[in-house]
Design a protein around this ligand. Structure first.
Ligand code: EPZ
Length: 432
């Protein structure tokens, strides 16, 4: 079967400016939350991603009408007729689980199966389901289906054992139309939570504390529609900064929210990049040789984000010295390391720890994206490598990056997306 590959020619210094896409991890929960609104919602700055199109398919399956026009989503409640999401749609991405809260909030019923998404180790949804039970939802499982009904959906005091982003979002979207008050403690503080709450409050919800550790939601009777602009994607922004850091050069990112990126920008400064910030712009100058960063630990926001781990890993492959990364959020988020080793990197992984010793330069190779951010990390490494890299597994990139190759090339990179036949694919694999 034919497949698409990305041929990246390394060694070009990057130069140029781009406007960063809207946040995938904000647009997706907000699109699901639009289910709660009894009027039309218009969302701007929605990135053009396969995950966004999957969310649109789910909304249309449920009976809403979701139309995508470039980076605008128009969602209207034509007639909510369905309460079950097909297994294939659930498997398409992790964010399919984000429909749990809104469907229970609006319909008091929902049938789902386990969500898909990047394979980063076990990604259970026990915290989501436990929280729904505390709000009066009855849940039973039958042949892989999770059948939820809520005769009486009521507020509750919910202490989260871990600050799960998805569980925080589902509790908020279930609570906005529940009876009474919900107090959520140890909530995730990621900026996307505050963006979701800002959207819902603009629709008439009563949410306070979103983005902090304790969120209070006062249930209301109904929500109207609104027009809203999704926040910038802080991980996409970091992706382009790391690509420039790995390749060398100077770039300017527009339409960013630097205050959401303080811990991750600090690591790029520690590695020797020169960064300038002015309102929604970030300038990066990476013309100096980079130095390793002794210790990086991924933690929930506002600490260094797990989604940036593969990206900084790619940058540190050619930084002088030895550094260590500890991945504390997901159990298995080093699949990009095996592919970086094919490019000449010197990385040793033991459990949740990776030790990176900088080499003079990476070389091109045939490599495969195993997950979304790992794939972007391989492209960043390829930008600075000597020779050509062939990147496969592009469907992972398309889930999270809006026009990845075009953006890369607009910064002076050389990336060509081509279709190769099965026989060419076998030949590539033999030469890999
Ligand atoms: C969101 O995933 C993001 N995805 C992830 O981004 C991000 O890596 C993650 O938050 C952490 O920041 C979206 O927003 C669509 P969690 P989510 O619930 O909600 C465990 C990307 O590349 N856990 O905060 O699934 C879980 O296994 C993606 O854009 C339970 O044990 O993350 C993990 O170890 C990748 N039980 C930890 O908590 C649960 O019920 C954090 O997961 C839920 C989670």
């Amino acid at each position: 079967m034919a497949e698409e590959i990305l041929r990246i020619t390394g060694g070009q210094k990057l130069r140029g400016e781009i406007t960063v896409q809207g946040a995938k991890n904000s647009a997706l929960p907000i699109m699901a939350a639009a289910l709660l609104c009894s009027g039309e919602t218009v969302l701007h700055n929605v990135p053009r991603l396969t995950d966004v199109y999957a969310a649109s398919r789910i909304l249309n399956h449920l009976g809403m009408r979701c139309k995508m026009e470039e980076t605008t989503a128009v969602i209207s409640p034509e007639g909510l007729t369905q309460t079950e999401i097909p297994d294939a749609d659930m498997r398409a991405m992790r964010s399919s689980v984000m429909f749990l809260g809104p469907m229970l909030g609006r319909l008091r019923a929902c049938v789902i199966t386990m969500p898909g998404g990047c394979e980063l180790g076990p990604r259970p949804i026990d915290l989501h389901l436990d929280a729904m039970r505390q709000m009066g939802v009855q849940i039973r499982e039958s042949q892989g289906k999770i059948i939820c009904t809520a005769e009486h959906l009521h507020g509750a005091r919910i202490p989260l054992p871990i600050p799960s982003v998805g569980a925080t979002e589902n509790i908020i979207t279930a609570a906005v139309l529940a009876e009474g008050e919900t107090v959520l403690t140890n909530a995730a503080r990621e900026p996307e939570i505050a963006d979701l709450a800002a959207f819902l409050n603009q629709c008439g919800a009563r949410i306070t504390g979103a983005g902090e550790g304790t969120v209070v939601i006062e249930g209301v009777k109904s929500l109207h529609g609104t027009e809203y602009t999704v926040m910038p994607d802080r991980i996409a922004a970091y992706t382009w900064l790391c690509t420039c850091a790995a390749a060398g050069g100077t770039v300017c990112l527009k339409g960013t929210a630097p205050r959401d990126m303080e811990s991750s920008l600090a690591v790029l400064r520690a590695a020797g990049c020169r960064l300038g910030i002015c309102r929604d712009r970030i300038y990066l100058d990476s013309s100096q040789p980079l130095r390793s960063v002794r210790y990086i630990r991924t933690m929930p926001y506002p600490a260094f984000p797990t989604d940036a781990q593969a990206l900084i890993c790619a940058v540190l492959c050619t930084a002088q010295g030895t550094g260590m990364i500890e991945e504390t959020v997901f159990e298995s988020r080093y699949k990009h390391v095996g592919e970086l080793l094919r490019m000449g990197a010197d990385i040793r992984v033991s459990g949740r720890t990776a030790v990176i010793t900088g080499v003079r330069s990476l070389h091109g190779a045939s490599v495969e994206a195993m997950d979304l951010r790992g794939g972007a990390a391989l492209a960043a490494a390829a930008a600075g490598a000597e020779g050509e890299t062939v990147l496969r597994g592009l469907h992972h990139l398309d889930r999270g990056y809006d026009r990845f190759a075009e953006t890369f090339n607009s910064l002076g990179g050389i990336a060509k997306r081509t279709l190769i036949s099965a026989s060419e694919r076998e030949k590539n694999a033999l030469n890999a």
